[in-house]
Design a binder for this molecule. Structure first.
Ligand SMILES: NC(=O)c1ccc[n+]([C@@H]2O[C@H](COP(=O)([O-])OP(=O)(O)OC[C@H]3O[C@@H](n4cnc5c(N)ncnc54)[C@H](O)[C@@H]3O)[C@@H](O)[C@H]2O)c1
Length: 351
C-alpha cells in the first residue's frame, strides 16, 4: 500500500486528485498537507474527511519541521506536489509570494524526501533510495513560454517563462531536475495544459465566466479574447499523474494535454450559450501584461509510452462542468463570499 503525501490537496486539482485516488484504489493512504491559503478550501473534501484512508494536516510546505514530521509520522513513500501560488494575475502584482512558495517550498520538500528516502542518510553522496519511492512535481505548460500560430510544446522545448508565476514554476522544475542529477532522487515532472472542472476557484476563466453569467454580471475578456489555450478536464489530468506514478520512467518529464485548442472568447461564448445568456454581457478589458498568445501541448510521449489518453471530449467536459456549478451554487457562494474560510479558520487556527 502506498502512503502518499499530496501537497495543496485542498485546492482545485489537488482535491480532484484525492477524490480520484479514493475512488480508484481501496488500499491507499493519503496525507493532504495544505496551508489553506485563499485558494485552499476543505469544503472540496467534505465528503471524504472521515474516510480512514485520508488525513488532513494544516501546514506550509516551506516549513521544514512540519514536512519532516509528516514524513516521519506517516512513513510517506510517494509525494505529489501540487501546492503553489497558481494565479498569473496575482503573480504580476505580488511576485514575492510566488518565489517563496513555489521555489523555496519545492526545495524543502525535495530535501526532506531525499533525507527520508535515502538508504544512507549520513552519506551525502548516497544515490540509493528505498524501493518504490517517488517524487512527482506537478508543473505547467507555461514554463515553455508562448507559441506563435503553429507548433507545439514537446518535453524538449526550451524553457522560456514569461510571467513571475511561470518563472517560479520553471525554477522549481530546475530544482527537481538538480535533485535527480546530483542526488539520483527518483523524480518525475508533469507539465499540463489548462485544466477545467469541479472545485475550481472562481478567479480562473471558466468558473469566473460561469459564475458571472449566473449572476448576470459582465464577463471581463482580456484584450481581443484570442489567447489560445489547450484545455483538459481535471479528471484526465489526475489519471495522467497516476499513470506517471505507476509507469513513468524515473527522471522523465511528461507533457499532459488534451489536443483541445480554444480561444478564450470561444470559451466565453460557449458558456453564454450553455447558461442561456447573450453576448451583451461581454466586456473587453485591457490585456494582461506579457499575456502569452498561444499554448499547445504535444502529448505523444505520455500517450505512446504510458498508454494514457484523455477520456473527456471538450463538449462533454464543459457540459458537465457547467452543470456542476449549477448544482453547487452554495459552494460557489461560500467561495465568493469567503465564508468557507470562516468555517475552517476556527477549526484549524486554534489547533
Ligand atoms: N489550474 C491549472 O490549469 C493548472 C495547469 C497546470 C498545472 N497546474 C499546477 O497544478 C498545481 C495545482 O493547481 P491548482 O489550480 O489546483 O491550484 P490552486 O490555487 O487551486 O490550489 C493551490 C493549493 O495549494 C495550497 N497552498 C498554497 N501555498 C501553500 C503553502 N505554502 N503550503 C501548503 N499549501 C499551500 C493552497 O491552500 C491551495 O489549496 C499548481 O502547482 C499549478 O501550478 C495548474
Amino acid at each position: 500500500m502506498h502512503t502518499m503525501l499530496v501537497t495543496g490537496g485542498a485546492g482545485f486539482i489537488g482535491s480532484n486528485f484525492i477524490h480520484y485516488l479514493l475512488e480508484t484504489y481501496d488500499t491507499v493512504r493519503i496525507i493532504n498537507l495544505d496551508a489553506l491559503t485563499y485558494a485552499g478550501n476543505l469544503e472540496n473534501l467534505r465528503d471524504v474527511e472521515s474516510d480512514p484512508r485520508y488525513v488532513f494536516v494544516k501546514g506550509d510546505v516551506r516549513d521544514k519541521e512540519t514536512v519532516d514530521r509528516v514524513f516521519e509520522e506517516y512513513g510517506v513513500d510517494t509525494l505529489v506536489h501540487f501546492a503553489a501560488e497558481s494565479h498569473v494575475d496575482r503573480s504580476i502584482t505580488q511576485p514575492e509570494i510566488f518565489l517563496s512558495t513555489n521555489i523555496l517550498g519545492t526545495g524543502v520538500l525535495l530535501d526532506s524526501a531525499k533525507r527520508h528516502w535515502s538508504l544512507r542518510p549520513d552519506d551525502k553522496y548516497c544515490r540509493e533510495y528505498r524501493e518504490g519511492v517517488r517524487y512527482l512535481q506537478v508543473s505547467t505548460d507555461e514554463v515553455y513560454g508562448a507559441l506563435g500560430k503553429t507548433g507545439m510544446f514537446t518535453e524538449t522545448t526550451p524553457l522560456s517563462p514569461n510571467s513571475p508565476y511561470s518563472a517560479s514554476k520553471t525554477s522549481a522544475d530546475l530544482l527537481v531536475r538538480a535533485y535527480s542529477e546530483t542526488y539520483g532522487l527518483p523524480v518525475n515532472i508533469t507539465r499540463c495544459s489548462n485544466n477545467y472542472g469541479p472545485y475550481q476557484f472562481p478567479e480562473k476563466l471558466i468558473p469566473l465566466m460561469i459564475h458571472n453569467c449566473l449572476a448576470d454580471q459582465p464577463l471581463p475578456v482580456y484584450g481581443d479574447g484570442m489567447q489560445i489555450r489547450d484545455w483538459l478536464h481535471v479528471a484526465d489530468h489526475c489519471a495522467a499523474i497516476d499513470a506517471v506514478l505507476r509507469r513513468g520512467r524515473c527522471g522523465e518529464v511528461y507533457n499532459i494535454g488534451g489536443n483541445n485548442e480554444k480561444a478564450n472568447i470561444e470559451i466565453v461564448r460557449l458558456i453564454l450559450a450553455a447558461t442561456g445568456r447573450d453576448e451583451s454581457l461581454i466586456r473587453y478589458v485591457k490585456d494582461r501584461p506579457g499575456h502569452d498568445r498561444r499554448y499547445a501541448i504535444d502529448n505523444t510521449k505520455i500517450t505512446t509510452e504510458l498508454g494514457w489518453a484523455p477520456r473527456y471530449t471538450f463538449e462533454q467536459g464543459m457540459a458537465e462542468t457547467v452543470q456542476w456549478y449549477l448544482d453547487n451554487t452554495a459552494w460557489v457562494e461560500h467561495v465568493v463570499s469567503g465564508a468557507y474560510r470562516d468555517y475552517y479558520r476556527d477549526m484549524y487556527d486554534n489547533a
